[in-house]
Design a binder for this molecule. Structure first.
Ligand code: SF4
Ligand code: SF4
Length: 482
């Protein structure tokens, strides 16, 4: 037998295999889009104004990693408050896990800066300059004409300007608005590092929004990657109702449909109608939900990691359902269990329990924040120093003190040792703790030799301000045992 007859048919090479498929999501505007639009503008206004707003003379938000100084809603956090940051971070991680388990990726679609900037700002500019899906495809496929050069230059120039604005805002969150202003107005030679940082951030943002785009959500973002371990069948996601939608197929013409077809012919999304006698599910396989998807997936294939819950496919499908006279919600916010049982989403015991844990965590954090001391004192015995004998039968130890005033006002301070016969002699005196600053000093503590009964005596040093004890520090005193 001829061997070539049994050989498997030769596969044609796929020219796009292994290459990125550039996406051209179609424009859709519905009720969710309008709500997301409002939320986006509020969040954008908060993001851009955050570093420039002040409270009690302090920036509302500052994340100065270089000087280890953080301001959150006008409250200053110091390295001494690290335990608060650690608990806050822990609560935040638990919050993310629990919130995602219950409500899915609501954050990605409604509040993530990447989605907001990409879909509500940069994509809109692109559509404004280059047109909707087909116009953009045609433009990209066309040779470099004057029109194409002008459109592309306008688009990428605006992208660069916006990236520059985002970069400046981002830097203002790190170094503060005054330092940013100094970079802008002072001699550039004095701010080379700052200028380099602005350029670097601008380059990163420009690359992300002009080229990387949906890959940030589908490949790079760790939150997106972790979805599979956080979600379960009861998590609320944007879900296609396959019970109602399948078997999908082109729609049957029915009474009154002709008028709708004629009216629809002039509309934004013409209906793909065909005659058929087969009974079908509600999905008419128009693929509009796929065409509007900014990550290029088909939600009808089930929940996928690439879905950023942007709600565009809901709007697209609701529009189609309105046109074919079927109820909205073939694609909707629902859980897999909700779709399977066809019961409306309801609050479960698990959700209540998770929410209570969240409230508890946030309450603990809030209590620790409110009850933290205004003055934070660290007192350590000077390293490498032993005790000294002093006149009058006294023994002295040398101590180093660091005092952080977390308030926005100067505070008078003094120290007192709670021990019978003890004295305190300042070497580097501290009488005042300047506002929002760290002060260092040194003092000797003297104890009567006859009162020392062990090598290491426990002491409590009280820090006083305006006659009130504002902090207590435990330390030890080394001396000869009598
Ligand atoms: S938009 Fe709705 S009807 Fe059209 S393909 Fe998607 S799920 Fe089916
Ligand atoms: S499937 Fe696509 S369009 Fe629908 S919510 Fe997810 S990312 Fe958005």
């Amino acid at each position: 037998m001829n061997a070539t007859l049994n050989a498997p048919p030769e596969k044609k090479p796929n020219p796009t295999f292994g290459k990125r498929e550039w996406l051209y999501p179609r424009v859709v505007k519905g009720r969710y889009y309008r709500w997301r639009n409002i939320v986006s503008w509020v969040l954008l206004a908060a993001l851009f104004s955050g570093p420039f707003l002040t409270y009690n003379g302090q920036p509302l938000f500052l994340f100065n990693i270089l000087e280890r100084k953080f301001n959150f809603f006008g409250v200053t956090f110091w390295p001494q408050d690290f335990y608060l940051v650690a608990i806050g971070m822990l609560a935040f991680i638990v919050f993310i896990v629990l919130f995602t388990t219950i409500y899915g990726r609501v954050f990605c679609g409604w509040a993530c800066p990447q989605t907001i900037f990409m879909e509500m700002v940069f994509r809109r500019i692109e559509i404004w300059i280059e047109g909707d899906q087909n116009a953009r495809k045609r433009l990209d496929a066309s040779p470099w004409t004057t029109e194409k050069i002008l459109k592309k230059s306008a688009k990428y120039s605006l992208f660069f300007l916006l990236s520059f604005a985002i970069s400046n805002t981002f830097l203002a969150y790190i170094i503060g608005k005054d330092a940013l202003l100094a970079i802008m107005t002072d001699n550039p030679a004095n701010h080379l590092a700052g200028l380099m940082a602005i350029l670097l951030f601008t380059g990163v943002f420009y690359t992300v929004y002009a080229h990387v785009r949906e890959y940030v959500c589908t490949t790079i973002c760790p939150y997106g990657r972790l979805q599979s371990v956080m979600l379960d069948k009861n998590s609320v996601l944007i879900t296609y109702d396959e019970v109602r939608g399948e078997p999908r197929g082109k729609m049957q013409r029915e009474k009154g449909m002709e008028q709708r077809i004629q009216a629809d012919a002039k509309s934004f999304h013409p209906l793909p109608l065909a005659t058929s006698s087969q009974p079908k599910g509600d999905c008419i396989d128009c693929k509009l939900c796929v065409q509007v998807c900014p990550t290029g997936i088909d939600i009808r294939n089930g929940n996928q990691m690439e879905c950023v819950n942007c709600t565009l496919c809901i709007d697209a499908c609701d529009d189609i359902m309105d046109k074919i006279g079927r109820p909205r919600g073939l694609i909707r916010y629902d859980s897999l269990e909700g779709v399977r049982t066809q019961k409306p989403w309801r609050i479960t015991t698990r959700m209540v329990a998770y929410s209570l844990i969240l409230v508890l965590l946030m309450s603990v954090w809030g209590f620790l924040l409110v009850s933290r001391s205004d003055l934070d004192t660290t007192i350590l015995r000077a390293p490498g120093q032993l005790f000294q004998r002093e006149p009058g039968g006294m023994i002295s130890d040398l101590y180093l003190v660091e005092l952080v005033n977390k308030t926005h006002k100067d505070k008078p301070v003094s120290f007192r040792v709670a021990y019978p016969g003890a004295k305190l002699r300042m070497v580097q005196p501290i009488t005042k703790a300047p506002a929002d600053d760290l002060t260092k000093g040194m003092f000797f503590i003297l104890l009567p030799e006859k009162s020392i009964h062990q090598n290491s005596t426990k002491l409590v040093i009280e820090v006083l301000s305006d006659g009130e004890v504002v902090d207590k520090v435990n330390t030890t005193f080394l001396g000869p045992v009598q």
